[in-house]
Design a protein around this ligand. Sequence first.
Ligand SMILES: Cc1ncc(COP(=O)(O)O)c(C=O)c1O
Length: 405
Amino acid sequence: MAEFSNEITALPSDSIIGDPTSLSASVPLFKVAMSESAPEAAAEVLRSGYIGQGPKVEEFEARLATVLGNSSIATVNSATSGLHLALHLMRGLTAGDGKPAIQDGDEILATPLTCTATNWPILANRLRLKWVDVDTNTCNLDLDDLEAKITPTTRGIMVVHWGGYPVDLTRLAAILDRAEEKYGFRPFVVEDCAHAWGSTYKGERLGNHGNIAVYSFQAIKHLTCGDGGLMVLPDSELKRRAKLQRWYGIDREGERADFRCEADIPEYGFKFHMNDISASIGISNLATIDTVIERHKGNAAFYDKELANVSGLRTMERADDRESSFWIYTTAVERRDDFMRMMSENGVATSRVHERNDQHSCVSEFGIEMPNLISLVGEMVCIPCGWWVTDEDRERITDLIKAGW
Ligand SMILES: Cc1ncc(COP(=O)(O)O)c(C=O)c1O
């Protein structure tokens, strides 16, 4: 099997299917970024007689490794699977206090402001949730509240880079240093990078900061495979186990007399692997992804400038040491529901994108007070900023907002 290589060929130039939105049409909040070459690439795999995990997955992984500057990766069939597997992998580790890194009933700190895909894997791994309040300037978890909530029973932390805006990973590491000093072990961190393909922290792509990181290649993410995900693992042993456990625990790379009759499986696994159809779509979309992200960032920079002094509207934090790839552009507005109605009447889609997870009855036992969350969900709203938003669209959107609502 091919390992990480710098020798993969350049992708051919390509463009994205579909025109950007025209001025007269409504402006959606999401649009699939599919390259022109993807249908033929997928068709080639369909005709090839081999559609499972094979050479296209290997090629996609080699290309992703080059882009990330990190060969310690494993593709999966969704970020949800990757997040589930990330927690499951911790069962094989021992923490600094000599105890298993996690066991049934252990506590994981997590943000309620995210897709349920971040938090339901905590439940599915038979762990307990402890909510951390959010930072109203970033929509990420509040690091002060996180530090206050770490106790000797905190074994892990799930962070989400909301909309692609990176969590302050240096501050997070310092919090963990202090926890380790106090309690004799370091809680592990899983970074949910589902919104963040193309985001950087201190000049490095997310996934390169010592934690398990999981990207999503779902239909409406920046980089799509139809469905898919990517795990970035902090060391080669976790990578080895992730690659085994994404497919039942069976070594696909080893020598076997009969593919169907595997030898011993020391650690059971799942059916979480990517297939060649998805990988071929991902490879094609990699050729256009930089253009896609530049446009998201350009639109966001325009909004930051134009909306900076609009009364009744608050833009989010932008720190110098990190760059968001702006999967979504989030802002906070007074009379938010009126704002959304006004935008809708003018053909501009808006949404809060994710409902607070702590409100669902399946997690009612973990309910706590989160004052920042209450105030943020009352004012936050996302406006279209993706590659399909033209210069005319974004001017119309800012004119609408400046005119008041
Ligand atoms: C924050 C977050 N995490 C995880 C996921 C799950 O991604 P996937 O659909 O690839 O499982 C999503 C999907 O929207 C998401 O927004």
